[in-house]
Design a protein. Sequence first.
Length: 114
Amino acid sequence: MLNEGSCANIITKTALEKIGLKVDPRSHPYNMNWLDKTAQFITQRCQVHIHMSNYDDRVCCDVLDIDVTHILLSSPWLYDLNVTSLGRSNTYEFKFKENKIVLKTCQAQLECGE
């Protein structure tokens, strides 16, 4: 899931268990606060392999115990790749290794693993 309003790339503990990714401790743990005023202390992160169309990369994600989605790519990922959100067509565009990548919502496939 892509979320321009969030400030962290996140993967759920459930996804980690299913995929078996290696988890590393965060050097600077922090609290993640939600709109309902609950919070979780973030102490772990991992590298997630993402393959969508011609895009094949690794993204550093914080580990969270939530059920909303398996992975949430947000402002850091969008900023680093200079992603453009095209609201009318409901797509995201960016260049990766000189290739134009167009992600279509609900059609992007996520593959994680080492």
